[in-house]
Design a protein around this ligand. Structure first.
Ligand code: ADP
Ligand code: MG
Length: 199
């Protein structure tokens, strides 16, 4: 039974599609003060996933949005949840090619059957009208079926410009924020502060 569970966990981890593994234990809360130890511990209980709450991490580059998302997703996988990680860019590709690509169809099916879907980097690349519509349809499909984590470098007030349509943005935000915790992360870029140098 132990071996079978281990295999299932390995499969869940592989299917989650994390670009790298980040651990919550490695997240320095003294550096990022917008989130507290208490909040992290609460999130690690995973009750928010059972209750299908969403998380939004907003903030400039390097403040730890992706690190937090992956590490929460990793813990969720460890606890038996099905998790899917996609960048917004990758998600758009998958949404647009799901009818013609088996790989995209597979990814889409995994996303739709996940308990937690992590959408990373909303706002870095421009989105067409068609893509915004597909995004809305996905959010509607996931709404109250799964938890969603969205990370973005843009404030919610800028999402209309991003998605190109006020009514659609309102509908997206209405669904996502219905049960949601929003973290506005500020501070310096961890990358810049801990810049690695070759010489
Ligand atoms: P963002 O997604 O907000 O642009 P990342 O989560 O990708 O930022 O963080 C950039 C890099 O800095 C990553 O390697 C990440 O592991 C690291 N990092 C960011 N914030 C912290 C932190 N508070 N403690 C430890 N490492 C961090
Ligand atoms: Mg990031």
């Amino acid at each position: 039974i132990e071996l079978r569970d281990k295999k299932a966990q390995e499969r869940r981890l592989k299917n989650a599609g994390f670009p790298v593994i980040k651990k919550i234990e490695d997240f320095d809360l003294d550096f990022q003060r917008s989130i507290t130890k208490k909040q992290i511990n609460r999130l690690l209980e995973m009750e928010w996933i059972d209750r299908m709450y969403n998380l939004i991490f907003l903030g400039p580059p390097g403040v730890g949005k992706t690190h937090l998302s992956i590490s929460l997703g990793y813990k969720a996988v460890e606890q038996g949840y099905k998790v899917s990680f996609v960048t917004m860019d990758n998600l758009m590709h998958v949404l647009k090619t799901q009818e013609i690509s088996r790989k995209s169809k597979g990814k889409m099916n995994r996303i739709l059957s996940s308990s937690l879907v992590i959408i990373d980097e909303l706002g870095y690349l421009p989105i067409t009208r068609e893509e915004a519509n597909l995004f809305f349809q996905l959010i509607s499909a996931l709404h109250e079926q799964a938890s969603i984590i969205i990370t973005s470098n843009k404030g919610l007030e800028d999402w209309t410009e991003l998605l190109g349509d006020l009514a659609l943005t309102t509908a997206v935000l209405d669904r996502i924020t219905y049960r949601c915790e929003l973290f506005s992360m500020s501070g310096k870029s961890y990358r810049l502060e801990h810049r690695k140098s070759l010489f």
